[in-house]
Ligand binder design. Structure first.
Ligand code: IVH
Length: 699
């Protein structure tokens, strides 16, 4: 073969491979065996090795870059990647349809495309002359990160569009996701390696796409669905046409997308999907309704933030009904006694659930939940399952009223209701019940940041009686650690070094780690700025503490009580004794985490908020705590000074007054979104580790 013939031969071989990989990965109807496919592939690899000058960027052998990259470059999207308006019920979808029609006046919308809303992350793929040249994450919608080397490893993303006449440039947008089977496999492997598993496939996909080593990305089996055009110069006129064009180009399009002519049918379709979502091999969190015609899309334009021509319909959180068999009491890090329902195991959102939180005894009483009751449980996203309420009609008369514990189940000390009168707390600050979570919190990133001191280690240390309070951590010897399971010389050394390093995190971090109720990272910092060392707080009166603008009377009393308790004073003395620095935070180097949180002002900062009605996810004191810790104010009555009214179920007259005064009202769904935004792990997208530590500890 001369060079020209060789080039032609290699090109033919590549085309064969593209053709068969398209059949295999996109259409799922292979024509040749895996063995034959591998043979073609190996031949190409061999020829390219012999003639490296003939390797092209779009060659199927070039999916995996051999070396990790150092970082991701930023890229400004030519067309911003926007977000969508959301609806949560048929009624809201119907209202959206009416809004569309009102907006368009006499013009009638004759077609909509309804597509599954894939729960992954958006990506923009740039094809130049048909060749994949760039893949960019959504980022903040304006600027994303270039992740081309990683995207190339995704087997159903074509490296070249299957056409002889590709557009000069086209940007194709879609969702990168992780099929559930691949997710389970990754988590099994992480568990084996003793690394914290991912909370859900979406986090795993996000974490994976941001790994610097394309080889690992390639093993993780991400997948892709294309759903829209970004920058383009095509003559396509409708969404439906676009999806067909994508298919012709060899891009994977979700096969469940449907063209619907009538808005009532759109609603019916959305309703029918609620129950089928779990039968798919990947997660979807709703449906997307799109006006089919691009000219109409153009005419509809945008509201201030989102396009008018599409709507996300988000599925209501899944519910299940099961029997409450008994109630156990869990003692948390601040001595809080949480009643936990032990349930007859039941499937919920694709997993088997046998425990759910009952929040507190007030909640149990209010909902009149009894042992033996058939209860409705709910799980929304990653939130732990909770008992919503009782199906009273299914009572047999055998149900038993749940009694409130008078004594702590762990140390038998007296329990009392906290200042807000909702939570039961064990009064023994030394109680071993919450010790494990207390220690984990002390070692967590927001507090002393002792890397390596995780769940497993703390569990063993407490069970063997090696650690009875946070100060004992600093008394651990290498020998103590070597006696633990799976602890070698090197790991022990590392843990000891991390413990030693943590002595110098500064007073604010120590204060945060003490586990005083309501004192998290932010409050600890405020306190440390006013009381520069432990001595100052030990001498402070309640009035001195409450004099700080951001600190309310309940919080001030709690802090005062802690510093006047034997437990608190002993702990401070012990920490001093073992050499933990307790100097003012302003003189210490804040950790990256602290930096991030303090520069990110909470939504509640400086706002006056009124709460009305009840919420599924929070009790009122919980909401109050969230707002106050973030330097917002919660007041009782609605007035012109009120900035926001939080409206739960069965709201009272405050809601009406808010509407009369034109005050912004927030409902639970918006609160949930805000909660997720303000509490999501800032490293969630970049690291292997993920999840909310308090949730992981709880169950
Ligand atoms: S169209 C204006 N179609 O949902 C945004 N998005 O919650 C147009 N998503 O960022 C996007 N499936 O990542 C569209 N079939 C689909 C989708 C979809 C999932 C994602 C997308 C977007 C997010 C918004």
């Amino acid at each position: 073969m001369n060079k020209t013939e060789l080039i032609q031969y290699i090109q033919k071989l590549r085309e064969k491979i593209w053709y068969h990989s398209q059949l295999y990965y996109i259409e799922a109807r292979p024509e040749i065996s895996d063995f034959e496919y591998d043979r073609l592939f190996d031949e190409l690899v061999k020829l390219e090795q012999e003639h490296p000058d003939l390797i092209t960027a779009d060659s199927p052998t070039q999916r995996v870059e051999p070396k990790p990259i150092s970082h991701f470059e930023k890229f400004k999207h030519q067309v911003p990647m926007l977000s969508m308006d959301k609806a949560y019920s048929s009624q809201e979808i119907r209202e959206y349809g009416q809004r569309l029609q009102r907006f368009l006046k006499t013009k009638v919308i004759t077609a909509y495309v309804v597509e599954p809303k894939i729960d992954g992350l958006a990506i923009a793929l740039w094809y130049e002359n048909g060749v994949l040249t760039k893949a960019v994450t959504r980022g903040d919608g304006e600027v994303g990160e270039i992740v081309t080397t990683n995207a190339r490893t995704i087997r159903n993303i074509p490296l070249r569009l299957l056409t002889q006449t590709p557009p000069k440039v086209v940007e194709i947008r879609g969702e990168v996701y992780l099929p559930r089977a691949a997710f389970n496999k990754i988590n099994q492997e992480l568990a084996k390696a003793k690394v914290e598993p991912f909370a859900n496939p979406r986090n795993a996909a996000a974490g994976t796409l941001k790994l610097l080593d394309p080889k690992i990305v390639s093993q993780r089996r991400l997948a892709f669905f294309a759903y829209s055009l970004g920058y383009h110069e095509t003559l396509l006129q409708t969404q439906w046409q676009t999806l067909s064009q994508f298919k012709e180009w060899g891009l994977p399009v979700n096969p469940l997308a449907q063209l619907v002519n009538d808005f009532e049918k759109v609603i019916e379709l959305c309703e029918s999907w609620q129950h089928t979502q779990h039968s798919l091999p990947y997660d979807i969190d709703g449906l997307v309704i799109k006006v089919n015609d691009f000219a109409l899309q153009q005419e509809l334009g945008m509201t201030s933030r989102t396009p008018r021509w599409l709507l996300a319909y988000k599925f209501a959180p899944d519910q299940a009904i099961t029997r409450l068999e008994k109630v156990v009491v869990q003692v948390g890090k601040r001595g809080t006694l949480t009643p936990v329902a032990i349930l007859q195991p039941v499937e919920l959102s694709g997993s088997i659930v046998s425990r759910a939180t009952l929040h507190n005894y007030d909640d149990i009483q209010r909902k009149d939940i009894r042992i033996g009751d058939m209860v409705t449980i709910v799980k929304a996203g990653e939130i732990i399952p909770k008992v919503l309420g009782v199906i009273v009609e299914r009572r047999t008369g055998q149900e038993v009223v749940i009694s409130m514990p008078q004594r702590c189940p762990v140390c038998n000390s007296e329990v009392t209701k906290d200042a807000e009168g909702v939570y039961l707390r064990c009064q023994n600050l030394n109680c071993q019940g919450g010790l494990k979570s207390k220690l984990l919190f002390f070692a967590s990133r927001e507090a002393m940041d002792i890397r390596g001191l995780g769940d497993k280690l703390v569990e063993q240390l407490v069970d063997r009686g090696k650690v009875q309070n946070p100060a004992d951590i600093y008394r651990l010897t290498k020998q103590d650690l070597l006696e633990l399971e799976r602890m070698g010389e090197v790991s022990a050394q590392k843990v000891l070094a991390a413990i030693e390093a943590s002595k110098h995190r500064g007073w604010a971090r120590v204060l945060c780690g003490l586990g005083i109720h309501h004192v998290g990272e932010r409050v600890a910092q405020i306190l440390a700025e006013h009381f520069h060392n432990a001595q100052a707080l030990l001498q402070a009166k309640v009035e001195d503490i409450v004099a700080i603008h951001e600190i309310g009377p309940i919080l001030a009393q709690t802090v005062y009580d802690f510093f006047h308790s034997t437990y608190g004073q002993n702990l401070i003395a012990n920490l001093q004794e073992v050499g933990v620095d307790m100097i003012s935070v302003s003189k210490t180097q804040p950790s990256a985490m602290l930096d991030q949180k303090t520069t990110q002002v909470s939504f509640w900062h400086g706002k006056t908020v009124v709460i009305t009605g009840s919420f599924q996810q929070w009790t009122r004191p919980q909401l109050k705590e969230w707002i106050e810790v973030a330097q917002g104010k919660v007041s009782d009555g609605v007035s012109k000074k009120t900035n926001i009214v939080l409206v739960g179920d069965d709201p009272g007259s405050k809601f009406q007054k808010a509407q009369e005064l034109g005050i912004v009202c927030m409902h639970e769904t918006e609160l949930q979104e805000l909660w997720q935004k303000e509490h999501s792990n800032p490293n969630a997208n970049t690291q292997e580790r993920n999840g909310n530590p308090t949730q992981t500890n709880f169950f």
